[in-house]
Design a protein around this ligand. Structure first.
Ligand code: NAG
Ligand code: NAG
Length: 469
């Protein structure tokens, strides 16, 4: 009986149609089975990235590697002519005089899918008065007056065959066909793990450092930022005047992966002339490309730059909050961060950049450094409500108490000496009310939270502070 069944099954399988169906089902099963972990991985990375975005100074970036094989052929890439070192933009006539600005180079790292949405705003606000600005992307473009450099054009096969470069090749094909690449935006965000533009982004940092030196060698300082970084030029230049560019400085808001401390890219990576020169002496344009292979196995470009710099014995120095991964709504204003200068901010939307640009233009003395005190008083103060805001998280939590309503929580803050903000969480178990006596913070929308601020009490604290000079 058993033997007959086996025999029957084999005969059944031997029928061509059945066999083919079986094989197809097996392939589908295998694909589904093996693609799920990849999807999960991407989802996890995206989630971690969101958390990192929210707390850029406190948690680590994720570690991702891609191992999918590929058999794409390298695209035909038109080689750009050797770049002429000329300023990428005209300097505004009503700019404040900032001695040292002419010796500072700023590079903006972007991607073809986001460039048009962010770069023009950045150039007309934060970088309006900067003298040496270079925009590096993953596709060479001319946008009006602005030349956008391809940071990846020295990358060679076999790295180019890696699936990370699929978007890169697609962009050039579409461009050759006359397509507006910005139409891809939304699908491909250089800041979202899993998005094709993000996979490409990590290859740029090392090449940007190398290419910038060729465009503008021997300058005093090199600041490398993203398209959503806002630089307060008067602060930055003021601070740089107190530093020695002939010493090898590699500075930023530090984060770490494993044992390596490195400057977080979005906050801004600041390199002195000496640090960049040491780097160039070791990594010329072929040596820089030797890192591409390792980059394909790691998560992040700022981390890879940190590794490359560390091998030239430039050690990352933490200069937060002069260089900061916060944006105005997440800045903890208070005793820890008050007269310090605001050199950079990160995750600044184009709309926020416009507002910051307006703030800068309206300052009485636009050449003085911007302190956190000034940013609070003239930019944040009026945006902070003196009432209660529903579905809002201001993060108040250094004292946790019980309350049965948002109104009670707000009242408890009033009773607590030094309480500047409170937050009521509807679905918390016991202690639904958080009080904040540590700093003032606006925060962000969040369902199920109710936030309030004691703005007047914070104003009293401000009145007691010595003016910042
Ligand atoms: C930030 O800049 C100020 C002003 O130039 C300077 O005194 C201070 O040392 C800098 N902070 C760090 C951490 O380098
Ligand atoms: C800057 O650093 C170099 C090298 O350490 C040193 O020789 C020079 O005197 C320093 N310059 C100033 C102004 O401190």
């Amino acid at each position: 009986m058993g033997a007959t069944s086996t025999h029957d099954v084999l005969r059944f399988l031997n029928r061509p149609l059945v066999l083919r169906t079986f094989v197809v089902l097996l392939i589908i099963f295998t694909l589904v089975h093996f693609s799920n972990p990849i999807q999960e991985h991407a989802d996890k990375a995206r989630e971690k990235w969101q958390q990192w975005k929210e707390k850029p100074e406190h948690s680590e970036p994720q570690h991702i590697s891609y191992t999918k094989p590929s058999n794409h052929t390298p695209p035909h890439r038109p080689r750009p002519p050797p770049a002429k070192p000329k300023p990428q933009k005209e300097v505004d006539e009503d700019c404040p005089v900032l001695p040292g600005l002419e010796r500072l180079v700023i590079t903006v790292k972007t991607g073809a899918t986001e460039a048009s949405a962010r770069v023009p705003t950045l150039l007309s606000t934060s970088l309006r008065c900067a003298e040496n600005v270079f925009v590096f992307s993953d596709m060479e473009e001319q946008v009006g007056e602005l030349h956008v450099y391809d940071s990846l054009d020295t990358i060679k096969a076999p790295i180019l065959d890696h699936p990370d470069f699929d978007l890169y090749k697609t962009q050039y094909k579409l461009k050759a066909g006359g397509t507006n690449i910005a139409a891809l935006k939304g699908m491909d965000d250089p800041r979202l793990p899993g998005d094709a533009a993000w996979a490409l982004d990590k290859y740029k940092n090392i090449h940007i450092v190398e290419k910038t030196w060729r465009l503008r060698p021997n300058m005093d300082w090199y600041l490398h930022i993203d398209a959503d970084t806002y630089v307060m030029l008067p602060s930055l230049v003021h601070w740089l005047r107190s530093l020695n560019h002939t010493e090898p400085h590699y500075m930023g808001s530090l984060t770490s992966i494993g044992l390596l401390n490195f400057a977080h890219g979005g906050s801004g990576i600041l390199l002195s002339q000496a640090a960049t020169k040491n780097f160039i002496d070791i990594y010329d344009d072929t040596k820089a490309a030797e890192w591409d292979e390792s980059t394909s196995k790691e998560c992040c470009g700022d981390y890879m730059l940190g590794r490359a710099l560390t091998e030239t014995e430039a050690w990352a120095e933490d200069v937060a909050p002069n260089i900061s991964g916060q944006y105005p709504a997440t800045v903890p204003f208070g005793p820890e961060r008050w007269c310090h200068l605001v050199g950079t901010l990160h995750h600044v939307s184009p709309m926020e950049a416009e507002l910051l640009g307006k703030f800068e233009r309206q300052r009485k003395d636009r050449s003085r450094p911007v302190s956190y005190a000034e940013l609070y008083t003239d930019f944040m103060h009026d945006r902070i409500s003196s009432g209660t805001v529903d579905d809002w998280e201001n993060g108040a939590s250094n004292i946790m108490v019980h309350a049965s309503s948002a109104a009670e929580c707000r009242h408890l803050c009033k009773e607590e000496p030094g309480c500047w903000r409170s937050m009521y969480t509807e679905d918390a178990e016991e202690e639904k009310c958080g009080l904040g006596t540590d700093f003032m913070l606006l925060g962000n929308p969040e369902k199920g939270r109710q936030s309030s601020w004691n703005r007047e009490r914070f104003d009293e604290w401000i009145a007691e502070q010595k003016p910042c000079d």
